[in-house]
Design a protein around this ligand. Structure first.
Ligand SMILES: C[S@@+](CC[C@H](N)C(=O)[O-])C[C@H]1O[C@@H](n2cnc3c(N)ncnc32)[C@H](O)[C@@H]1O
Length: 275
């Protein structure tokens, strides 16, 4: 069952059989106001000036690279890498006409750049998908110049349902379509400051910020419960009647104001020691 989860499919978007839906999910998620604000906060940790060169690892559809491009200006360089050809094609489409933005197919574990290429490197909600996050971190550090900054962000999400039958088998089955309990998922966010400190960065630190989202519409961009319930039914993991009952309960919880998404944004950062 775990091979079908959203978390697993992000490891290899192109082989997921559903690249368009995964990219659409990224857009929905990125449109949540709290997410946009925290993305700005994570970009600020890089302390980029005009003319700087910055790298976003696991850039997805490239919107954060375009934000980096705005920060570094036309004389800088904002580069995005992602192993997914579909994501990079979409990122290139969005970045057409922004001369300082560029995109390349590559994995975090093997960055196709010489040592000390970038003034700053970042990664957002990508480390949770990596088989070897420490190897990736070494690569980010390698391509950063001495004195350059790194920032890695993860988000941990909890869906609170007041008065509805969750946790229940139905709730776990539906939400299990997103992440399997034995996946690494976002707890890696809590480990990142330790990994960054162990990797020898100076001034290593962490900033965490919890945000609450109560609009059912915004919550569904993160937890698309209807689609997930239907796919659990089609896959034979859930009876249709149980799915309908659970969704109806969720609707009444939402009407009562009994739904809340708690998002814990975890930003870890540090500076590569000056040479
Ligand atoms: C949840 S998405 C986040 C995308 C983007 N950073 C954002 O915040 O919208 C995770 C991204 O990690 C990418 N990814 C998966 N494995 C990777 C790897 N080994 N190296 C770099 N990126 C990877 C996926 O292709 C996907 O675009």
């Amino acid at each position: 069952m775990e091979e079908h989860t959203l978390g697993r499919r992000f490891r290899d978007i192109d082989s997921s059989g559903d690249a368009a839906q995964l990219l659409e999910y990224l857009d929905g998620y990125g449109s949540i106001p709290a997410v946009r604000e925290e993305k700005q906060a994570s970009l600020a940790l890089l302390e980029l000036g005009r003319g700087a060169a910055a790298l976003d690892v696991g850039c997805g559809t490239g919107d954060d690279v375009l934000a980096l491009a705005a920060l570094v200006g036309p004389d800088g360089a904002a580069v995005g890498v992602d192993p997914s050809a579909s994501a990079i094609a979409e990122a290139k489409r969005r970045g057409a006409g922004v001369r300082q933005a560029s995109f390349r197919e590559a994995s975090a574990e093997h960055l196709p750049y010489p040592d000390a290429t970038f003034d700053a490197c970042r990664s957002d909600r990508t480390f949770q998908h990596l088989a070897d996050p420490e190897a990736a971190l070494r690569e980010l550090i390698r391509v950063t110049r001495p004195g350059g900054r790194l920032a890695v962000t993860e988000v941990m999400n909890i869906l609170l349902i007041d008065g509805a039958p969750d946790p229940s088998t139905t709730g776990r089955t539906v939400l299990g379509e997103l992440w399997a309990s034995r996946e690494r998922t976002t707890w890696i966010g809590y480990m990142l400051p330790l990994l960054i400190g162990r990797a020898g960065l100076v001034g290593a630190g962490a900033r965490s910020q919890e945000r609450a989202v109560s609009s059912f519409d915004a919550i569904q961009r993160m937890f698309p419960v209807r689609r997930l319930a239907h796919s659990a039914v089609s896959a034979g993991r859930l009876a249709a009647a149980d799915a309908d009952r659970w969704l109806a309960d969720l609707d009444s919880a939402a009407e009562r104001g009994g739904l809340e998404l708690r998002m814990m944004f975890l930003h870890a950062y540090g500076v590569k020691p000056p040479a």
